[in-house]
Each structure stands twice: as structure tokens, then as C-alpha cells.
Ligand binder design. Structure first.
Ligand code: HEC
Length: 486
């Protein structure tokens, strides 16, 4: 297995860095996609003289759209690459290997989007009506298609589907969550863009209130497809694996909370829109529109968090664990250890009291640091501080049983022990001297715990009910599930 340098963000979890950036990026990108559709519609209104204020709006909206979503969207997009390459180079490697043509296609569409966008910004007042419409249409089409292509790769990570059987690129691309996710994101894009349009109409629209009102009425039409969100959301949930669904629906407090936040915020927007549309002579002020846009941001933040979260313990389901270790590497590492091939020294090597602690720090870096910090967000020292030493040994050796959204531990007993010692040393305040341990009885106990759960993924233990059993029951369940698999 190839090792890559691992970036350490200190007290901030790697997932939070990617997630935080990703939420901004997705929100801006979706605003740009829905924005393209709205602009086409308003251009049509302008050309057919159905709406006197449409021309003013197009210029203002396009500038806001170009400045905000293009520039920031592109910057955060590059930042996404930059961080995901640092956090999970092996995952990106698999995706690039499997989908390089898809990615090349996506980039082509992105280029069309950029060129069309720039052409419109620069020349829209010099173009004939027909050419203007064409340029906007190309812009809108290309931005939606860049969603189409990237959506296949993102949804593949959660549900690789039939790709697992024969590694067919199209089977991976048109995977079980491809369509619900595409439809959901399209509707979300339209809603975000509609709310952004209401903000822009208030700020840069016509001066006369009735003209603004007329434009807002038109823009709000793009909120109407939100009525289908529950359908697409339910379809998405139904298409995802049962264990993933269970995290979001009560199994994990944080993920359930974020799902609730997403659903709640969307519901508020939907209800407001409904009330607004039904009321004669309604108007959405700049403040209200901004507030609704903030709610839409929360809704997409919740959605993205859940989508990333429910994939645990995998970065690509059934292919690669979140810490970039594959199942067969994991089985080998149980014997050889997870750190022997890691060529990178510890940055703070001298600060550890002995070699065992240094080994523990490397084990942490390879296996845990993608989801935990030592002391900080989801910090291991805090999580284990109330445990006795044997509890630490057992719960880490049986990591996938402790929490099924963690991968199985990928090392022999001495690596478990090194990690346990590291945590003990850190919670004791990192004293300058700390004895190395090599108690054969303790190592044998750890081996026993490791063997008991084996290398079976936690979600598999959960499915077979083995996770809840006592040691004897666990052994029995594992034996039967193995013979079933055969
Ligand atoms: C796929 C991401 C992931 C990886 C990899 C991972 N963990 Fe976790 N771990 C979590 C999450 C999420 C929690 C839940 C935290 C919570 O409940 O607040 C957790 C919880 C824990 C807990 C607390 C369990 C409890 O019952 O309270 C411990 C201890 C722990 N992890 C240790 C480790 C160690 C040691 C490693 C590396 C060998 C590791 N984890 C690797 C995601 C991960």
C-alpha cells in the first residue's frame, strides 16, 4: 500500500475541514446552476415583452451570480481538491482511476460554463436577442451538466452498486442513488437561486415596487418544485444502505440532528413560499429573502453533512474505509502492523517519552486521524478518559464493535497497546518519562479481543445481530455468518 504524507490540522478534524468547505462549495455551485435556469426564463420574459423589469434584473442578477458563485465557487472548488488530496489521497486516486473520462467530461462542461458566463458578462449588451438567449442557454445547460457528471461520482462513494461486481464505469456512475440525488439537487438549486433572485431584485431591481413585485412573483415559481423534495428525499433514503439510513434516523445523534436541521429548514422555506404564493399581492422583502437564503444554506449544510456522515466507516462503500485502508490491506496489517510501510517521520517525534508512544502516535495518524483528533474535535483523549486500561484495550481492539461506523482495528496487539499507552500518557499530562509496557498476558488478552470480532466490518456485525451478543454468542454468530457467506 502506498503511503502519502498526512496533513495535521491541529484541533480541527479533517472531516470538518472538508465538510465545512464542501458545504460552501455545494451551496454556491447550486446557486449558479439554478441561477442559469432562472436567467434563461427571465431572458425569455424580456424578449417576449412579458415582463418590463426583466432586462434590469438579468444584468443585476448576472453580476451577483458571476461575482458570488463563479469566483467563490471556483475558489472553493479548487480548495476542495486541495484539501481532499491532503486528507484522502487514496480515495481520490480510486475515483480518478475509475472515472477519469467522466471527470474530463465534467471539466469540459465547466469550461463551457465559464466561457459562456464570461461572454455574457462582457458582451450581453452588444449581442442580438437570439445570441443572448443562446449564450445564456449554453451557460445554464453546461452548469446543470457539470452537476450531472459530478453527481455520479459523489453518489458512487455511498452506493457503488453493481460496479462492485464487474467494475463497469457506467454501473458505478448510474448507481442506486444517482437519480434521486440528481433530482434532489436540481430542485435545491432552483430553490436557492430563486431566493437569491429575490434578494437581488430588492437590491438591484427596478425602483417601482409593482415592477419588483412582478419579478418576485416570477422568481418564486422556481420554489414550486420544492413540493417534490419529500419524494426525492425519501427515494434517496430508500436507495441508501440500511445501516447508513439507520445512522441518520436515530442511530447517531449528530447525524440525526443534522438531518433534522436540513428537513426543518427546507420545510420552513416551503411553508413560507406556499403562504406567500397563496396570499394575493404578496411581496418578499430583501430581509425576508436573505433570511430564507440563510435557511437554505442551513438546509444544504444539513444535507451535505448527512450525506458525508452516513458513508462511515467507508470513504467508498465496501471498497475503502474512511482511513483509506482497504479490507485486504487491513487483514494483512492485522499481522504485519499498519505503520511499517509508512516512511514519514512524526513531526513532533522528540516530544514523546519513548518509542512505544511514538508507535502509538503513528498508529493514530494512519488509522484514526481522519475522524479524530488527539485532543480537540472528537478527541480521543477525552473520549477514553473515563475508561480503565483494559476497557481501552478491548474497545480499541474491537473498534468496529464499539461503534459500527468505525473500521476494524488494522494492527496486531502491540499497536493496540501502543495507542492505549499514548492515550494514557496524554491524559496523565505527557510526563517526561513513561515506562514501556510489554506484559505478555495483556497482549494475549488483546489478541483474544481482536480475534473475537475479527476483521468483519461493524455494519456486518450489526446486520447479523452479532454486535449485541456476549463473547460466546458473538463467536457463534460470526461462525454462522461466515458459513452463510460461503
Ligand atoms: C470513520 C471515522 C472513524 C475512524 C477511522 C475512527 N473513529 Fe473512533 N469514532 C468515530 C465517531 C464518529 C465516533 C463517535 C463520537 C461520538 O459518539 O461522539 C467515534 C468514537 C470513538 C470512541 C468513543 C467510543 C465510545 O463508545 O464512547 C473511541 C474510543 C474511538 N472512537 C477510538 C478510535 C480509535 C482509537 C481509532 C483508530 C484506531 C478510531 N476511533 C478511528 C469515527 C471514527
Amino acid at each position: 500500500m502506498t503511503f502519502y504524507p498526512i496533513q495535521d490540522y491541529g484541533p480541527v478534524m479533517k472531516g470538518m475541514v472538508i465538510g465545512g468547505l464542501g458545504i460552501f462549495h455545494v451551496f454556491l455551485a447550486q446557486m449558479a446552476i439554478g441561477g442559469g435556469m432562472i436567467l434563461c426564463y427571465f431572458e425569455w420574459l424580456r424578449r417576449t415583452r412579458r415582463s418590463p423589469g426583466a432586462g434590469r434584473f438579468i444584468g443585476g442578477y448576472f453580476q451577483a451570480l458571476v461575482l458570488v458563485s463563479f469566483v467563490l465557487g471556483a475558489v472553493t472548488g479548487v480548495a476542495m481538491w486541495f484539501t481532499s488530496i491532503q486528507v484522502s489521497p487514496r480515495t481520490i486516486g480510486v475515483l480518478v482511476d475509475e472515472f477519469h473520462w467522466i471527470w474530463a467530461t465534467e471539466w469540459t462542461f465547466f469550461c463551457v460554463e465559464v466561457v459562456a458566463g464570461y461572454a455574457f458578462l462582457r458582451y450581453h449588451d452588444r449581442l442580438s436577442d437570439r445570441s443572448r438567449a443562446m449564450v445564456l442557454f449554453f451557460y445554464a445547460m453546461a452548469s446543470w451538466f457539470s452537476l450531472f457528471w459530478i453527481n455520479g461520482i459523489l453518489s458512487f462513494q455511498l452506493t457503488p452498486g453493481n460496479w462492485l461486481a464487474g467494475h463497469s464505469m457506467w454501473a458505478g456512475f448510474f448507481n442506486p442513488t444517482f437519480w434521486p440525488s440528481l433530482f434532489y439537487r436540481t430542485v435545491a438549486s432552483m430553490a436557492i437561486a430563486a431566493l437569491a433572485a429575490c434578494v437581488v431584485i430588492n437590491i438591484a431591481g427596478p425602483h417601482e415596487r409593482d415592477e419588483r413585485q412582478e419579478l418576485i412573483k416570477r422568481a418564486v415559481l422556481f420554489l414550486a418544485p420544492m413540493a417534490l423534495m419529500p419524494v426525492f428525499g425519501a427515494w434517496f433514503l430508500a436507495a441508501m444502505p440500511a445501516d447508513s439510513r439507520s445512522w441518520a434516523m436515530g442511530g447517531n445523534v449528530t447525524m440525526t440532528m443534522f438531518l433534522g436541521m436540513g428537513v426543518g429548514a427546507s420545510l420552513l422555506i416551503g411553508l413560507y413560499a406556499l403562504a406567500a404564493i397563496l396570499r394575493p399581492g404578496f411581496y418578499i422583502s430583501g430581509y425576508t429573502a436573505s433570511l430564507l437564503l440563510a435557511l437554505a444554506f442551513m438546509a444544504s449544510a444539513g444535507g451535505e453533512f448527512v450525506r458525508e456522515g452516513v458513508r462511515k466507516p467507508y470513504s467508498i462503500r465496501q471498497v475503502m474505509y474512511s482511513n483509506s485502508i482497504k479490507q485486504d490491506d487491513l487483514e494483512r496489517m492485522r499481522v504485519t502492523g499498519s505503520t511499517i510501510d509508512d516512511p514519514y517521520p512524526l513531526r513532533d517525534s522528540a516530544s514523546y517519552a519513548n518509542d512505544q508512544l511514538r508507535l502509538g502516535a503513528k498508529v493514530y495518524r494512519v488509522q484514526c486521524s481522519v475522524c479524530h483528533t488527539k485532543r480537540g474535535a472528537n478527541g480521543l483523549v477525552e473520549l477514553t478518559s473515563s475508561w480503565t486500561i483494559d476497557q481501552k484495550r478491548m474497545n480499541i481492539a474491537q473498534l468496529q464493535r464499539t461503534k459500527p461506523f468505525m473500521p476494524p482495528f488494522a494492527g496486531p496487539p502491540r499497536e493496540v497497546e501502543a495507542l492505549v499507552q499514548l492515550l494514557g500518557w496524554m491524559s496523565a499530562g505527557e510526563p517526561a518519562s513513561w515506562p514501556e509496557t510489554s506484559d505478555p498476558a495483556a497482549l494475549a488478552r488483546i489478541q483474544g479481543w481482536l480475534d473475537l470480532v475479527g476483521v468483519t466490518p461493524g455494519i456486518e456485525l450489526m446486520r447479523t445481530g452479532a454486535r449485541d451478543r456476549t463473547a460466546a454468542g458473538l463467536l457463534h454468530a460470526l461462525a454462522t455468518s461466515r458459513s452463510e457467506a460461503r
